[in-house]
Design a protein. Structure first.
Length: 134
């Protein structure tokens, strides 16, 4: 059913005109990625939107200046991966799966979507701080 495609679900929050790319990453149990920064050739977005599709206990997402960030399966979060080094380790007993969404974070539609999500979570003040920066 095409209504259940990843693209359809993402387009409910992010219109095609603001979407740059969507990647999926699988990290096997015991896998790791050394600290690094991602690079971009455009200046459209300041961060990426990560979706923790499968995130077992023992997974680590760390970022310079923040340490290990608490993430649980199903979380959707912004990652400043262009300026801050980050790393991952899968200490769980199953594959870790993440969707990595690159989009125009200056878009009013995306800001509205992020704000809507933030107002229904315990991280409201943190999210509002992020919105004010983008």
């Amino acid at each position: 059913n095409s209504d259940n495609s990843i693209k359809t679900k993402i387009n409910k929050l992010i219109p095609d005109s603001d979407l740059n790319l969507v990647n999926s990453y699988i990290l096997p149990s015991g896998g790791y990625v050394f600290p690094h920064r991602d690079y971009t050739i455009d200046n459209i977005g300041l961060a990426k939107i990560y979706v923790a599709v499968r995130w077992g206990e023992g997974n680590v997402f760390g970022q310079y200046g923040c340490g290990n960030i608490p993430v649980i399966e199903g979380d959707v979060f912004l990652v400043n991966n262009y300026t801050l080094p980050h790393w991952v380790f899968n200490g769980s007993d199953r594959e870790r799966i993440v969707l990595d969404i690159s989009a125009n974070l200056h878009s009013d539609k995306i800001k509205e979507s992020i704000l809507s999500i933030c107002t229904t979570t315990k991280m409201k003040s943190f999210c509002l701080n992020i919105i004010m920066r983008i």
